[in-house]
Design a protein. Structure first.
Length: 252
């Protein structure tokens, strides 16, 4: 089953969702957010699914929210976009299946928040993690700080969010941000093989493990993130447009 911006396949009891918009580094605009939510719902409808793996196609996991879609928009539209991203994270965290972010390349901004919302993060050695929002005069708006508290030392999380610095896969592994590194050229096949081993545990074990994980999550605490994003957005529209253009040039 192929969708416009992602695809879904079932490997026995493991569902694989691949963000498939490589020409845009798998950025998450309104359409992509909605389609990813639909795909996650389809994975939930499959009774056999015990694990859900989310990965990216091409050289990126996801470069994050597509800020170009809200350039020049008013506060109401920006708030709606933030809510859509937050709804996606809550949906991922609410799945009954164990979720794995298989980070194959860039995981930036909203893409990193997507990875943090998963129960487990595995990464290829070429993966890169970061929050570039501060270089645009913004802060992450989908719940980064709450999610980071579950997964990374406080100092590292603060440095990444405030400083906008990127870290490589090895440092992410050393600090516990990811739990496993892969060096295989066929990253996706290696991840699926390991995921199938986890999925082979008794169903009751996986079900109760997920319940325990969920009990520690609570709500993602996203509202503060979008309030901060909106205040900064309203304060710096002109500056933001210039910073976005500068960042695009640097990535070329």
């Amino acid at each position: 089953m192929i969708l416009e911006s992602n695809d879904f396949s079932l490997h026995d009891t493991v569902a694989l969702i691949r963000l498939a918009k490589p020409d845009r580094a798998n950025t998450l605009g309104r359409c992509a957010l909605g389609q990813l939510r639909d795909t996650l719902a389809r994975s939930s409808d499959q009774a056999a699914v015990r694990l859900v793996v989310v990965t990216g196609k091409g050289g990126a996991f996801s470069a994050g929210a597509d800020i170009r879609e809200i350039e020049g928009c008013g506060e109401h539209e920006v708030r709606a976009f933030l809510r859509e991203g937050q709804a996606l994270l809550r949906q991922i965290m609410g799945l009954d299946a164990i979720t794995i972010a298989a980070v194959n390349g860039l995981a930036l901004g909203g893409g990193m928040e997507l990875a943090l919302a998963c129960d487990i993060r595995w990464a290829h050695v070429r993966a890169v993690f970061g929050f570039p929002e501060s270089t645009l005069g913004l802060l992450p708006g989908w719940g980064a700080m709450s999610l980071l508290r579950r997964s990374a030392p406080a100092s590292l999380g603060a440095e990444m969010v405030v400083g906008g610095e990127y870290i490589g896969a090895r440092r992410a592994y050393e600090t516990g941000l990811v739990s496993r590194l892969f060096e295989q050229r066929d990253f996706e096949a290696a991840v699926l093989a390991e995921a199938e081993k986890l999925a082979d545990r008794p169903p009751g074990v996986l079900r109760e493990a997920k319940a325990m994980l969920r009990s520690q999550d609570g709500d993602v605490g996203l509202s503060q993130g979008d309030r901060s994003f909106l205040r900064l957005w309203n304060d710096g529209q002109d500056r933001l447009a210039g910073n976005v253009s500068d960042n695009r040039r640097r990535r070329k």
